[in-house]
Write a protein that binds this ligand. Sequence first.
Ligand code: SAH
Length: 452
Amino acid sequence: MKKDDLVTIKIEDMSAEGSGIGKVDGYTLFVKDAVIGDVVEAKIMKMKKNYGFARLMQIREASPDRVDPRCPIARQCGGCQIQAMAYEAQLKFKERLIENHLRRIGGFEEIPMEPIVGMEEPYRYRNKAQFPIGQDREGNLIAGFYAGRTHSIISVDDCLLGVEENKEILQEVLDFMKEEGISAYDENTGKGLVRHVLIRYGFFTQEIMVCVVINGKKLPRAQKLVEQLRKIRGMTSITVNINEERTNVILGECVELLWGQRYITDTIGGISYQISPLSFYQVNPRQTEKLYRLALEYAGLTGKETVWDLYCGIGTISLFLAQKAKQVYGVEIVPDAVKDAKNNAKRNGIENAEFYVGKAEEVLPEKYEKEGVKADVIVVDPPRKGCDERLLDTIVKMQPEKVVYVSCDSATLARDLKWLCERGYEVKRVRGVDQFGQTVHVETVALLSKKA
Ligand code: SAH
């Protein structure tokens, strides 16, 4: 076997990144866009010592789990790695992924897995979209997505994960740019004005935010764009964000109001949040509510508990738990998020939640060693890299009855659970919650208890 060879291969498994995996003469090949159960013809692109990568050329026998991707550019875009898989099969894949990580990385044998919480409608669930603006080969202005891992833009006016409103908004922005001769930003030269359009939609309130990210100080004749956009039902906030840096970070620090309010409001589980263009907010609010309810159920609060919510972001989990706890303390590294968390507490009349800025692995050890703070329940919701050992070490010293671990990466979850279970805790319950249909991502909630 060598590069460019065509092989026929049966897909037997799937990687955490969503590639199909199969073997030819004992040699493992990864085939993007192939589904477990497919027999495909694939072209070898790259060979390493123990495995290689092949490109899907033709489907010989379609897997019973294969469906036609609804999005015409699913393969080029790369944002949805598993759109060709029936949603039920996606859920099974995610459940298996969590279980495998707990087995292989965590070394757990008996895993108290509960059935994954799926979505009722696995499309049009995202409340936020960021479309890059650019030009196609003929020089026409386009909005779209970056292809795969590249920086060339594919024109898409309707991403099926986003809300339908996005399409009309993008059209208005592009029409405005054409009429007024306003240029799109070009990453290669650093020239041109409009970089991205950020759109947020409040699923509960139906409020819309549009933020135009520009490489300059001013959007010329912006009022004309405002006149068009404000006709769209639900329009609440129109802003520009100034980003003159030559980076691929989407947003700059400065936001200027063009029309309406600086923020939109949305609600998760009866608590309302103000969301500004720069703040972090969960992208799938319907599933987030289910995730938080599960975390609350696992925490088993009676109203007497002191709870620490580490990596708390804008305080969403903290405020949710505060309704059932005596006192909640949140810790978060981003100062603006903590500002939002405090504001959100006030807006909702919640008085038993306090927030600290800093690293969880520094704030908690310090509070514990200097002030002897206590916890009945500790909730963690770290980024993909998981928890720092200094934090886990302090958790073990504090001896909370329960630890609720919310994770967006089951590999690091498995590593951290192993660590805690070697030091006096046991895993009681584990459940996946799908927040990101069509993609390989999945959230997991785990409950640990102090061993008797
Ligand atoms: N629980 C929140 C946010 C979870 S995302 C929610 O559900 O919305 C993870 C958060 O951890 C982010 O807000 C990130 O800024 C924060 N973070 C990253 N590293 C951190 C650290 N070392 N200490 C505290 N917070 C951290």
